[in-house]
Design a binder for this molecule. Structure first.
Ligand SMILES: Nc1ncnc2c1ncn2[C@@H]1O[C@H](COP(=O)(O)OP(=O)(O)O)[C@@H](O)[C@H]1O
Ligand SMILES: [Mg+2]
Length: 213
Protein backbone atom coordinates (compact mmCIF):
# COMPACT_ATOMS: atom_id res chain seq x y z
CA UNK A 1 0.00 0.00 0.00
CA UNK A 2 1.70 3.23 -1.04
CA UNK A 3 0.13 6.59 -0.33
CA UNK A 4 0.94 10.00 1.06
CA UNK A 5 -1.23 10.96 4.02
CA UNK A 6 -0.73 14.43 5.43
CA UNK A 7 -1.61 15.82 8.86
CA UNK A 8 -2.46 19.52 8.82
CA UNK A 9 -3.73 22.29 11.07
CA UNK A 10 -2.64 25.26 13.15
CA UNK A 11 -0.06 25.15 15.96
CA UNK A 12 -1.14 22.98 18.86
CA UNK A 13 -3.99 21.22 17.05
CA UNK A 14 -2.45 17.82 17.85
CA UNK A 15 -0.76 16.79 14.58
CA UNK A 16 2.39 15.40 16.17
CA UNK A 17 0.46 13.65 18.94
CA UNK A 18 -1.95 12.04 16.47
CA UNK A 19 0.61 11.10 13.82
CA UNK A 20 2.56 9.07 16.40
CA UNK A 21 -0.58 7.29 17.55
CA UNK A 22 -1.59 6.67 13.92
CA UNK A 23 1.84 5.10 13.34
CA UNK A 24 1.29 2.70 16.23
CA UNK A 25 -2.09 1.77 14.80
CA UNK A 26 -0.58 1.02 11.37
CA UNK A 27 2.25 -0.94 13.02
CA UNK A 28 -0.30 -3.10 14.83
CA UNK A 29 -1.99 -3.75 11.47
CA UNK A 30 1.43 -4.76 10.02
CA UNK A 31 1.17 -2.02 7.42
CA UNK A 32 4.62 -0.66 6.43
CA UNK A 33 4.81 3.10 7.03
CA UNK A 34 7.12 5.98 7.80
CA UNK A 35 6.45 9.13 9.79
CA UNK A 36 8.08 12.28 8.57
CA UNK A 37 7.63 16.04 8.92
CA UNK A 38 7.97 19.43 7.26
CA UNK A 39 10.07 21.35 7.53
CA UNK A 40 12.53 18.69 8.62
CA UNK A 41 12.38 15.20 7.22
CA UNK A 42 15.78 15.34 5.47
CA UNK A 43 19.15 16.52 6.86
CA UNK A 44 18.87 19.74 4.83
CA UNK A 45 15.28 20.14 6.00
CA UNK A 46 16.38 19.92 9.64
CA UNK A 47 18.78 22.83 9.14
CA UNK A 48 16.05 24.83 7.42
CA UNK A 49 13.62 23.92 10.22
CA UNK A 50 15.93 25.50 12.79
CA UNK A 51 16.08 28.68 10.75
CA UNK A 52 12.34 28.84 10.18
CA UNK A 53 10.87 27.82 13.51
CA UNK A 54 13.29 29.32 16.02
CA UNK A 55 13.41 33.02 16.81
CA UNK A 56 16.61 34.07 15.08
CA UNK A 57 18.24 37.47 15.63
CA UNK A 58 17.69 38.44 11.98
CA UNK A 59 14.72 39.12 9.73
CA UNK A 60 13.05 36.47 7.58
CA UNK A 61 10.67 38.17 5.15
CA UNK A 62 7.57 36.45 3.79
CA UNK A 63 9.13 35.70 0.40
CA UNK A 64 12.33 34.28 1.88
CA UNK A 65 10.20 32.23 4.27
CA UNK A 66 8.18 30.77 1.39
CA UNK A 67 11.31 29.82 -0.55
CA UNK A 68 12.95 28.21 2.49
CA UNK A 69 9.88 26.04 3.11
CA UNK A 70 9.87 25.13 -0.58
CA UNK A 71 13.57 24.23 -0.54
CA UNK A 72 12.96 21.96 2.45
CA UNK A 73 10.03 20.34 0.62
CA UNK A 74 11.97 19.72 -2.60
CA UNK A 75 14.73 17.88 -0.74
CA UNK A 76 12.30 16.01 1.50
CA UNK A 77 10.25 14.73 -1.45
CA UNK A 78 13.28 13.60 -3.42
CA UNK A 79 15.27 12.12 -0.54
CA UNK A 80 12.60 10.67 1.75
CA UNK A 81 9.02 10.61 0.48
CA UNK A 82 9.44 9.25 -3.07
CA UNK A 83 11.83 6.43 -2.01
CA UNK A 84 9.40 5.39 0.75
CA UNK A 85 6.49 5.36 -1.69
CA UNK A 86 8.57 3.38 -4.17
CA UNK A 87 9.22 0.85 -1.40
CA UNK A 88 5.44 0.48 -1.07
CA UNK A 89 5.07 2.31 2.25
CA UNK A 90 2.42 4.57 3.65
CA UNK A 91 3.98 7.96 4.25
CA UNK A 92 2.49 9.90 7.16
CA UNK A 93 3.67 13.48 6.88
CA UNK A 94 3.31 16.13 9.60
CA UNK A 95 2.48 19.20 7.43
CA UNK A 96 2.96 19.39 3.66
CA UNK A 97 1.98 21.62 0.72
CA UNK A 98 -1.35 22.72 2.24
CA UNK A 99 0.59 24.30 5.11
CA UNK A 100 2.47 26.48 2.61
CA UNK A 101 -0.82 27.66 1.12
CA UNK A 102 -2.40 28.23 4.53
CA UNK A 103 0.58 30.01 6.19
CA UNK A 104 2.37 31.81 3.39
CA UNK A 105 -0.71 32.24 1.15
CA UNK A 106 -3.59 32.96 3.53
CA UNK A 107 -1.48 33.97 6.57
CA UNK A 108 1.19 36.10 4.85
CA UNK A 109 -1.01 37.10 1.89
CA UNK A 110 1.45 35.97 -0.79
CA UNK A 111 -0.01 35.07 -4.19
CA UNK A 112 -1.90 31.78 -3.94
CA UNK A 113 -1.53 30.79 -7.59
CA UNK A 114 2.20 31.37 -7.44
CA UNK A 115 2.43 29.20 -4.31
CA UNK A 116 0.50 26.44 -6.08
CA UNK A 117 3.00 26.60 -8.96
CA UNK A 118 5.90 26.56 -6.50
CA UNK A 119 4.35 23.62 -4.61
CA UNK A 120 4.10 21.69 -7.88
CA UNK A 121 7.70 22.54 -8.68
CA UNK A 122 8.95 21.41 -5.23
CA UNK A 123 7.02 18.14 -5.26
CA UNK A 124 6.69 17.17 -8.92
CA UNK A 125 3.72 14.91 -9.64
CA UNK A 126 3.15 14.31 -5.94
CA UNK A 127 -0.07 15.27 -4.18
CA UNK A 128 -1.36 13.95 -0.86
CA UNK A 129 -3.80 11.07 -1.33
CA UNK A 130 -5.54 11.90 1.93
CA UNK A 131 -5.27 14.92 4.23
CA UNK A 132 -6.47 14.99 7.82
CA UNK A 133 -7.17 18.55 8.95
CA UNK A 134 -7.26 19.00 12.71
CA UNK A 135 -9.46 22.03 13.12
CA UNK A 136 -9.86 24.02 16.31
CA UNK A 137 -10.15 27.60 17.57
CA UNK A 138 -6.77 29.31 17.45
CA UNK A 139 -6.85 30.35 21.11
CA UNK A 140 -7.05 26.71 22.20
CA UNK A 141 -4.33 25.62 19.77
CA UNK A 142 -1.94 28.38 20.79
CA UNK A 143 -2.41 27.81 24.49
CA UNK A 144 -1.68 24.10 23.99
CA UNK A 145 1.40 24.93 21.91
CA UNK A 146 2.70 27.42 24.52
CA UNK A 147 2.05 24.88 27.23
CA UNK A 148 4.13 22.33 25.36
CA UNK A 149 7.00 24.78 24.89
CA UNK A 150 7.23 25.54 28.62
CA UNK A 151 6.60 21.95 29.71
CA UNK A 152 9.01 20.06 27.44
CA UNK A 153 12.30 21.49 28.65
CA UNK A 154 14.88 20.04 26.29
CA UNK A 155 12.85 20.47 23.13
CA UNK A 156 13.79 23.30 20.77
CA UNK A 157 11.56 26.34 21.33
CA UNK A 158 10.24 26.46 17.76
CA UNK A 159 8.06 29.43 18.62
CA UNK A 160 8.52 31.83 15.70
CA UNK A 161 5.01 31.10 14.40
CA UNK A 162 3.44 30.79 17.84
CA UNK A 163 4.48 34.38 18.48
CA UNK A 164 2.49 35.71 15.52
CA UNK A 165 -0.69 37.68 16.22
CA UNK A 166 -3.98 35.87 16.80
CA UNK A 167 -5.24 37.43 13.56
CA UNK A 168 -2.49 35.65 11.61
CA UNK A 169 -3.47 32.27 13.03
CA UNK A 170 -7.16 32.94 12.33
CA UNK A 171 -6.28 33.60 8.68
CA UNK A 172 -4.30 30.35 8.59
CA UNK A 173 -7.23 28.41 10.06
CA UNK A 174 -9.68 30.00 7.59
CA UNK A 175 -7.18 29.32 4.81
CA UNK A 176 -7.13 25.61 5.62
CA UNK A 177 -10.94 25.55 5.63
CA UNK A 178 -11.08 27.19 2.21
CA UNK A 179 -8.66 24.56 0.87
CA UNK A 180 -11.14 21.94 2.08
CA UNK A 181 -13.87 23.63 0.03
CA UNK A 182 -11.66 23.42 -3.08
CA UNK A 183 -10.91 19.70 -2.66
CA UNK A 184 -13.50 18.18 -0.30
CA UNK A 185 -12.80 14.63 -1.50
CA UNK A 186 -9.16 14.74 -0.35
CA UNK A 187 -9.72 16.24 3.12
CA UNK A 188 -11.20 14.85 6.32
CA UNK A 189 -11.86 17.59 8.86
CA UNK A 190 -11.54 16.49 12.46
CA UNK A 191 -12.77 18.50 15.46
CA UNK A 192 -9.45 18.83 17.28
CA UNK A 193 -10.98 20.33 20.43
CA UNK A 194 -12.03 16.81 21.46
CA UNK A 195 -9.86 14.66 23.74
CA UNK A 196 -6.81 12.83 22.38
CA UNK A 197 -8.37 9.32 22.48
CA UNK A 198 -11.58 10.39 20.72
CA UNK A 199 -9.58 12.10 17.97
CA UNK A 200 -7.36 9.03 17.61
CA UNK A 201 -10.40 6.79 17.08
CA UNK A 202 -11.63 9.14 14.38
CA UNK A 203 -8.17 9.12 12.71
CA UNK A 204 -8.16 5.30 12.75
CA UNK A 205 -11.62 5.18 11.18
CA UNK A 206 -10.48 7.44 8.34
CA UNK A 207 -7.24 5.47 7.85
CA UNK A 208 -9.09 2.14 7.85
CA UNK A 209 -11.62 3.27 5.26
CA UNK A 210 -8.84 4.79 3.12
CA UNK A 211 -6.84 1.53 3.25
CA UNK A 212 -9.91 -0.59 2.38
CA UNK A 213 -10.57 1.49 -0.75
N1 LIG B 1 -6.83 16.64 21.95
C1 LIG B 1 -5.99 17.24 22.81
N2 LIG B 1 -6.46 17.77 23.95
C2 LIG B 1 -5.62 18.39 24.82
N3 LIG B 1 -4.29 18.52 24.64
C3 LIG B 1 -3.77 18.02 23.51
C4 LIG B 1 -4.59 17.35 22.54
N4 LIG B 1 -3.80 16.94 21.52
C5 LIG B 1 -2.54 17.34 21.83
N5 LIG B 1 -2.52 17.98 23.02
C6 LIG B 1 -1.35 18.58 23.69
O1 LIG B 1 -1.19 19.87 23.10
C7 LIG B 1 0.18 20.13 22.82
C8 LIG B 1 0.35 20.32 21.32
O2 LIG B 1 0.11 19.08 20.65
P1 LIG B 1 0.97 18.67 19.37
O3 LIG B 1 0.57 17.28 19.01
O4 LIG B 1 2.39 18.92 19.61
O5 LIG B 1 0.37 19.72 18.31
P2 LIG B 1 0.95 20.17 16.89
O6 LIG B 1 1.97 19.14 16.49
O7 LIG B 1 -0.25 20.20 16.01
O8 LIG B 1 1.52 21.54 17.09
C9 LIG B 1 0.97 18.92 23.36
O9 LIG B 1 1.46 19.27 24.62
C10 LIG B 1 -0.07 17.82 23.41
O10 LIG B 1 0.21 16.91 24.45
MG1 LIG C 1 3.94 19.34 15.86
Amino acid sequence: MKALITFEGIEGCGKTTQIRMAGEYLGNQKIPYIITEEPGGSPLGKKIREILLNQEPYLIGARAELLLFSAARAQHVEEVILPALQAGKLVLCDRFSDATLAYQGFGRALNIDFIKTLNDFSSPSLKPDLTLLFDLPVKIGLSRARDRITRVRNSPREDRFENEELAFHRQVREGYLSLVKEEPERFRVIDASQDIATIHREVCRYLASFIRR
